[in-house]
Write a protein that binds this ligand. Structure first.
Ligand SMILES: [Fe+2]
Ligand SMILES: [Fe+2]
Length: 674
């Protein structure tokens, strides 16, 4: 066993100790770093013992020769300064080359974990040169065996890490929500490197990083940040983003003054947290562009066993090692791709959202009086579905709507009337039975008939005067005038009746017969042809018993549902949204099979469509005045809807839920007034 004086401490990595004897002194190279030549023992080491000294070449960040046997003697200042580069060297150099760290500030406990797989000694100063030489002697003997004991352990560890990375890759690629993905990336990064805390930054522009998120396990918080950090050499994350190189700090409180960045301790001072080891890794996409930075803080010895919120003791903090860097680099490149995918996914969603909104504008510009209808039906139906999802008893207890289902319902509702673009505009906006131009033609014809009655009257007067003389004519003139004026009044009354019949109110039976009588009345046209007062179409249209649409026009309006379906089925929906055409297609179906276009019955109508139908009718009844109908007050609208329930058209259970939960309030103030 080795014995050391009070100034020196020896730590053998792991729990193994061993006895070694020097046989090959002469072949030992001593790889020393910058600070060692300043130490008093250096001269004796090089001159008296005649070791071959290899100097660290700062520009190359190496000792040049990496193949020969020997011992690294490194001063802690250099370790601090060249940490990342030294880890690189240790990583590629043979495990048989031991490390001796000289220094007083970094505790041997703290860095021990870095040298698990090679012989490692730690000396405080002043170094007793005899002890140092004795240690070198021992270390160089059989050091090659040292690492082998751990090969198996390392292998199984590596296998687990590969498995972890694989699992993380799957988790990252399946998370589409951008914010949750950021949380996942940071928590998995912390997990894989065993870090107590961490922060995530995304490149926002050429010059700035956006500080997005912080997590801290021992303080048990996660905070969404929203700060802009310049991409420059002044901050750790900024420097990592600017250079594209990772930064690994042994201790954030002892950053060498030659480094361009500093660490701001304000937060630590406020919370009592001690930030010590730190690893900042830039995230790069497939083409090598920097997309962000992950900054991990305080690797924990006890990461696997610690509980969230349990304070972190300094002795449990260890430095990040080379493997952490490798794992994190691999994870960040996966994360970068996942983020890119999530951005593309979001772009596609936005694109589609924009397309749907544009479609809604297209529908509503055909009939401006229905402005806002699609959006309101979507708001109502989604609120309705959310309510149904929360119900835990009764007939709808088993009906559940996931987030995706709600998106599907929303799109189906927004687009339910899209097929109206395939219906002639004059029919869509038709307020009365006759089209405005037809009414004008009718009125003009009646003006002509009026003039023709007038002309007939004066012709008749003239005929009488010429035939019987003026004196006799004067006697009968009042009778002729009276008859004429009666005819005019009758004609005026007929026109008024026709104008009244043109309104989309319910036509009474007597009026229907009168209409047929009028239709048979005749007048002489310009050519002297005897012509009916009303055309066949006018008689047909004015005889509509209810509303403003003829049967053919009603069928054309109803065809909007089929147009909607045909349009929606052309869209290559994703699996989650695949039922949109089906849901929208059934929005005019009724429980008793009297709906259209497929006369589906209760059990065949999708529940989503049933919800939409109620919302569609509610909005149509309560929306602001349209040319062909007045907006109804809430009570009246609900009365009409319950009448439809009584006729077997709508579901009573669903309407009850709609009404008792006052779901209509989601559009209150938009158009409908309570
Ligand atoms: Fe519709
Ligand atoms: Fe509608």
């Amino acid at each position: 066993m080795l014995h050391f004086n009070k100034y020196s401490v020896i730590i053998l990595s792991g729990k193994d100790s061993y006895l070694i004897r020097s046989e090959v002194w002469k072949s030992v190279n001593i790889f020393v770093c910058d600070q060692i030549p300043l130490e008093p023992f250096y001269q004796r080491l090089s001159e008296e013992k005649n070791f071959k000294i290899c100097h660290f070449v700062r520009e190359k960040r190496s000792w040049g020769d990496n193949t020969s046997a020997g011992v690294y003697i490194i001063h802690e200042k250099s370790l601090n300064h060249e940490y990342l580069g030294l880890l690189e060297i240790f990583f590629v150099s043979a495990e048989s080359r031991p490390v001796i760290i000289i220094g007083d500030n970094i505790a041997q406990d703290y860095i021990e974990s870095l040298f698990e797989n090679r012989a490692f000694l730690h000396f405080t100063t002043p170094v007793d040169v005899n002890k140092l030489i004795e240690a070198i002697d021992e270390l160089t003997k059989n050091a090659a065996d040292f690492g082998r004991k751990r090969v198996e352990k390392e292998l199984s560890k590596a296998q687990k890490q590969i498995e972890d990375l694989y699992q993380i890759g799957i988790a990252l690629s399946s998370e589409k929500d951008h914010n949750r993905l950021l949380e996942l990336i940071l928590s998995k990064s912390r997990e894989i490197a065993g870090a107590d805390a961490g922060s995530l930054y995304l490149v926002e522009s050429e010059n700035n990083l956006r500080f997005k998120l912080s997590q801290n396990s021992s303080l048990d918080w996660q905070v969404n940040e929203n700060l802009l950090i310049p991409i420059n050499e002044k901050s750790i994350a900024g420097q990592a983003a600017q250079s594209g190189e990772p930064i690994n700090l042994l201790d954030a409180y002892f950053i060498p003054p030659s480094f361009s960045f500093t660490f701001n301790r304000t937060y630590d001072e406020k919370t009592g947290y001690r930030t010590k080891s730190m690893l900042a890794v830039p995230m790069k996409n497939q083409v090598g562009e920097i997309t962000g930075v992950i900054q991990l803080i305080n690797k924990r010895k006890d990461f696997e066993t610690h509980r969230r919120g349990e304070p972190l003791r300094e002795e449990n903090i260890i430095p990040f090692n080379r493997k952490d860097l490798d794992l994190l680099s691999s994870l960040t490149s996966q994360a970068s791709i996942a983020l890119e995918n999530s951005r593309l996914y979001q772009d596609i969603k936005n694109l589609f959202e924009g397309f749907v909104k544009a479609s809604v504008v297209a529908i509503e510009s055909r009939d401006p009086t229905t402005f806002g209808h699609s959006e309101r039906v979507a708001l109502l139906t989604v609120a309705f579905a959310e309510k149904i999802d929360r119900i835990s008893d009764g007939p709808f207890a088993s009906v559940n709507f996931e987030k995706n289902d709600l998106v599907q319902i929303r799109y189906a509702s927004l687009l339910h009337d899209f097929g109206k673009v395939g219906v002639r505009e004059e029919i869509l906006v038709k307020a009365r039975k006759l089209f405005p131009l037809e009414l004008e033609q009718l009125k003009s014809r009646f003006k002509y008939i009026r003039k023709s009655i007038e002309a007939d009257h004066y012709h008749h007067c003239l005929d009488c005067a010429l035939k019987d003389g003026v004196e006799k004519f004067r006697l009968i003139q009042p009778i002729l005038d009276l008859r004429y004026s009666e005819k005019q009044s009758e004609l005026d009354e007929i026109l008024q009746f026709l104008i009244r019949s043109n309104e989309p109110t319910v036509l009474e039976e007597g009026n229907f017969n009168r209409l047929l009588d009028i239709a048979k009345m005749k007048y002489s046209d310009f050519d002297g042809q005897t012509t009916d007062y009303l055309t066949e179409r006018e008689t047909h249209v004015l005889s509509i018993r209810k509303g403003s649409l003829s049967e053919a026009e009603r069928i054309e309006i109803e065809s909007h549902v089929t147009h909607t379906f045909n349009f929606l089925t052309k869209i290559p929906w994703t699996k989650n949204l695949g039922r949109i055409p089906e849901i929208a297609y059934a929005h005019h179906e009724k429980l008793n099979g009297r709906g259209y276009p497929n006369h589906l019955e209760n059990l065949s109508i999708p529940i989503e469509s049933k919800l939409m139908t109620i919302c569609d009718i509610f909005d149509a009844l309560t929306a602001q005045d349209r040319p062909y109908k007045k907006a109804l007050p809430l009570e009246k609208a609900l009365d009409i809807m319950y009448t439809e329930v009584n006729h077997g058209l709508l579901s009573k259970e669903l309407l009850d839920i709609f009404v008792t939960n006052r779901l209509y309030r989601v559009i209150e103030g938009k158009t409908f007034k309570p």
